[in-house]
Design a protein around this ligand. Structure first.
Ligand SMILES: Nc1ncnc2c1ncn2[C@@H]1O[C@H](COP(=O)(O)OP(=O)(O)OP(=O)(O)O)[C@@H](O)[C@H]1O
Ligand SMILES: [Mg+2]
Length: 276
């Protein structure tokens, strides 16, 4: 498997569990022994706050925004979390300005990728998961271009396909013009409640339309997952039980991600032989 495998967690719809999934999939992978870096590319800083607390802004301390502006490495910004093998690249209060500051730059879509290429520590990770804001902004485009895969959480609500088609169109344009090797890792249904008719209807529709691209894992509605970030804990730490609903769901998702990446990567490595 290539190292690291970089995955953008994206959906322009808000509140579909992008941040929760980045944190807990990251923790799930780390618990399986993978070295994982989660990156917060959302100016809302939710991932940062939920894992290590707010990083106070101080104009003399370098931030992710500064690294982007300088197109430099990110090593000095990486911080450990309370989960073994899980580190974070935190967002910062000044990061909201990144969108406007990047806009007039040359090769503005490739800035984060350049920063990653200059980050020595990155090679030590098996997975890098990037949390994004609820929009296909220039910063999100930077995230996608730095990534090998994108993963889309979609909440089990009315009309998910309309949003998915729009997102697919936007990402398709980016793939076509700027990132031909970017691939979909799949779609995961979140906020799922099997006893609700609408959830089962959405599940059937997505199974029919997406086939194998839909993860088998469902991230179920879970009140503990709402509280865990407020005490800076992953769902594994907060539930502290193998039978915890979120622990089960994110363990299963981590298993599926590892399985899927391995199968995609081995298919890719066979491609030259197939053409020979
Ligand atoms: N399994 C769950 N069941 C119910 N609520 C959850 C669950 N997991 C997370 N939540 C809550 O749902 C809300 C939205 O989650 P989250 O912040 O991960 O979504 P998001 O897609 O990152 O949002 P945004 O688009 O604003 O970045 C949060 O308040 C979170 O605590
Ligand atoms: Mg979020």
């Amino acid at each position: 498997m290539r190292k690291p495998v970089i995955v953008s967690v994206v959906n322009h719809k808000g509140g579909v569990l992008k941040t929760t999934t980045t944190a807990n999939l990251g923790a799930g992978l780390a618990r399986k022994g993978s070295r994982v870096l989660v990156c917060d590319l959302d100016p809302q800083q939710n991932l940062t706050v939920s894992l290590i607390g707010r990083v106070p802004y101080d104009e003399n301390t370098p931030t992710l925004y500064d690294a982007l502006m300088e197109e430099g490495g990110l090593d000095h910004l990486i911080r450990p979390t309370s989960t073994k093998y899980l580190d974070i690249l935190p967002s910062s209060e000044d990061f909201f300005a990144a969108e406007l500051s990047l806009a007039p730059r040359e090769a503005r879509e490739f800035v984060f990728r350049t920063c990653c290429e200059q980050t020595t520590a990155l090679k030590a990770y098996d997975f890098v998961l990037i949390d994004n804001s609820p929009s296909v902004s220039l910063v999100t485009v930077n995230s996608l271009i730095a990534s090998d895969y994108f993963l889309v959480p979609v909440s089990a609500e009315y009309l998910p396909l309309t949003g998915l088609v729009m997102l697919g169109d936007s990402i398709g344009r980016i793939q076509h013009k700027l990132a031909p090797s970017l691939r979909s890792l799949g779609v995961v249904i979140t906020l799922f409640h099997r006893s609700e008719t609408i959830c089962r209807r959405v599940e059937r529709e997505l199974e029919r339309e997406l086939g194998d691209m839909l993860f088998r894992t469902r991230i179920r509605v879970n009140t503990k997952a709402k509280t865990a970030p407020s005490v800076m804990k992953t769902i594994f730490e907060y539930e502290d039980s193998p039978q915890g609903r979120g622990t089960e769901d994110y363990t299963q998702l981590a298993d599926e991600v590892v399985e899927r990446v391995a199968s995609f990567e081995s298919a890719t490595s066979l491609e030259p032989a197939a053409h020979a």
